[in-house]
Structure formats: C-alpha cells, structure tokens
Design a protein around this ligand. Structure first.
Ligand SMILES: Nc1ncnc2c1ncn2[C@@H]1O[C@H](COP(=O)(O)OP(=O)(O)OP(=O)(O)O)[C@@H](O)[C@H]1O
Length: 233
C-alpha cells in the first residue's frame, strides 16, 4: 500500500491519497500541473515525511529496500557513459546479485530489441531510449514502478506493445503519468487528476471518463467515439 498524507510544498497543495496493494494508477493533468513533482515525492527523490510505503514511513526505509519497493522512471534516459550498450544497461538495472542473463534475453525478446543489444545506448533514437527505460524497469522489478511519460515518443505499433505490457504481469504495481487520454482510458487503471498542484479527482477510470467529467476537465476538447477518446479538432 502507498499512502501520502497532507503533503504541501510550493508546487503541490494538500496532497493525500492511498493506493491499495496491486492497484494501478494513472496520473493526469495539464502541463505544469505537478505530475512529475508528485512522482518524485512518492519515490522520495524529493525527500519528505508524508509518504508511507507498505505502512512504513519512506524515511525509515533503507535505500536498498526502498529501491526494491518503488522505482521512478523519468521521461528521458540520461546516459553518462558514452560506451554503455543496451545489454550492459539492462545488467546494471538489476538490483539483485543473481546471474541475470536469461532475464535480459527475455526482455530483449519481449521488447524486440535484439538488433540494438550490443549497440551504444547514447546513439539510440528517442523511442528506442523509451523502450530501454521500460526494459530497465522490468529488470529492476520494483513492487511499484512509476512511468513518467514513457509513451511520448513511441510509434503506434510500439505504443500497442507498451499497452500490452502495462496490462500484463511483467511488472507489478504501475503508476503511469501520461498525456495520452486514449491510452489512459483503455488501460482502465484508477485515475488521479491534478490541477495547479491540487488533486481534483481521485477515483475509478469509468467515473473519470464519464461525459460529465470529460466536459468538466477538458471542456469540449475531447470526445468519445465507440471505445476511444479522440481530440476534438
Ligand atoms: N525544481 C523546481 N524548481 C522550481 N519549480 C519547479 C521545479 N520543478 C518543477 N517546477 C515547477 O512546478 C510546476 C510543476 O512541474 P511538474 O514538472 O511537476 O509538472 P508536470 O505536471 O509534470 O508537467 P508536464 O506535463 O509539462 O511534464 C511547474 O510550474 C514547474 O515549472
């Protein structure tokens, strides 16, 4: 269980909610609403005293233990080593000391990354870097993984693959920050909507994507067509 109680900062206002074990979440909101900041608070990249992970205050959890409980995947892959290959990057993403070769093979196969296996990550396209981030999250295998705009640079085929992985059991509990409302709608995860640093909605996917709430949160800019949401251009 993930809990945050009365968190306040210059960016976020009075943030409180709890997410049960094995519940997945989507965080929505306009640019600058505070989504990434909230993700960093939940994973203690912004230190705080208001988050509890599985009933323990996040500050009382050792770094190793915390890494096994929550993992924040940033929107962009930062590579500091010019010569690190995809395979090496995945090896470094593991937080255990096992022989991880067969798991790495599985992830490379799952994400169809075989041709990039021994290439330097630094030169990857932005979409390839996003897939590597997803691979590293699967390798890391934290109890809760937060993805900050993972799908931003993916082509349609890759987006569908990521959707399938989000719906599968390759990862444990997932928190997905996205601007892609069609993806958010299709995933059916619980929704948290932020506006100006405040939670304006926290509840079921079905309720959030009701016609009434679409009107309330997005004016007339989104319409429902069959099982999809499309931008009303
Ligand atoms: N380190 C910081 N110092 C000062 N202000 C910051 C800092 N980080 C973020 N902000 C500000 O806080 C607000 C929320 O930023 P945040 O990145 O959390 O938004 P977001 O909802 O993730 O936006 P986007 O959808 O554009 O990625 C923004 O106005 C941003 O400029």
């Amino acid at each position: 269980m993930l809990e945050i109680n009365n968190y306040n900062s210059s960016i976020l206002k009075d943030i409180s909610f709890s997410l049960n074990e094995n519940e997945n979440l989507i965080i929505l909101g306009q640019n600058g609403a505070g989504k990434s900041t909230l993700a960093k608070v939940l994973s203690n990249l912004i230190e705080n005293d208001e988050v509890k992970l599985f009933d323990v205050n996040i500050n009382d959890i050792s770094d190793d233990k915390r890494a096994s409980l929550i993992n924040y995947i940033p929107p962009k892959l930062e590579i500091f080593d010019e010569y690190i290959t995809l395979r090496e990057f995945l090896e470094l993403s593991a937080i255990n000391n096992n022989d991880n070769n067969s798991q790495i093979d599985k992830i490379i196969e799952l994400l169809s990354l075989k041709k990039l296996e021994n290439r330097f990550c630094k030169a990857f396209s932005s979409g390839e870097k996003q897939l590597l981030l997803l691979g590293s999250a699967i390798m890391h295998n934290a109890k809760i993984t937060i993805f900050d705009e993972l799908t931003a640079n993916l082509d349609i085929t890759r987006l569908k693959e990521v959707y399938d992985i989000f719906k599968s059991d390759f990862l444990q509990q997932k928190i997905v920050i996205t601007h892609n409302l069609d993806l958010a709608y299709a995933l059916k995860f619980k929704v948290l909507y932020l506006k100006d640093g405040q939670i304006k909605f926290y509840g079921s996917n079905e309720e959030f994507f009701s016609n009434e709430n679409l009107q309330k949160f997005y004016n007339n800019s989104i319409i429902k067509l069959d099982k999809h949401l499309v931008v009303n251009l």
